[in-house]
Design a protein around this ligand. Sequence first.
Ligand code: NAP
Length: 223
Amino acid sequence: MRIAVLGTGSVGRALAEGFTRHGHDVAVGTRDVDVALDRPGPRDGVPLREWVAAHPSVAVLTFAGAAAGAQVVVNATAGSASLAALESAGADGFAGTVVLDVANPLDFSAGFPPTLTLKDTDSLAEVLQRRFPGARVVKALNTLTADLMAHPERLPEPTTVFLSGDDEGAKAVVRGLLAEFGWTDVLDLGGIASARGPEMWLPLWLRIMGSLGSGAFNLRIVR
Ligand code: NAP
């Protein structure tokens, strides 16, 4: 499939690598290609230019350039900027396109820990679905650290990821991509409003990370 990954941070790189590994045609989107190529990676300090050299099949384009013609558009942008990023990318409003929303609506303006800008009665996924009614938005993978998203085998036992979305066909597409990564326990939470729960997991996720000193953990729904 032709997949646009909007975002050049840890998540964008991790998912672009994962989709490429499974044979998809991947473009990464950013505001300014030259600025992005020179920026050091957030965790390893590796500039995007070096990362691209190691992943030569991945194109780095503007948000709009990456999204053009994509069957799946992944929102891997900062939650506070996601609406603006997708507005600059989706000239056609993503009509019929699967939009995999991996972002969290976090506000770091008052430092750490960040607060949620949306919760309880709304979610970022719903904001995007309302703004782009023709898009087929699916929320998934926002509940775990970037390093694990395309590599569930990095944890010593199977864990759980979630799906939320109104379009069953779009959820099936995302389920297929997750299966390629090796996810075996994919729990469908229901319509797009069910994304509120996974987004509200973030405050607890951040505290667990603080206690463990690592983001290398995940939920497992035992039943
Ligand atoms: P991030 O630093 O949260 O976001 C980086 C991306 O956001 C960049 O591509 C950047 O565009 C874009 N961006 C920032 N400000 C913007 C603005 N004003 N207008 C348009 N675009 C803007 O990176 P991340 O850590 O990879 O996280 C991506 C998303 O996934 C976030 O919503 C995060 O909460 C969520 N998430 C992260 C993790 C994780 O482990 N990091 C795990 C789960 C979910 P440029 O390329 O142009 O700079």
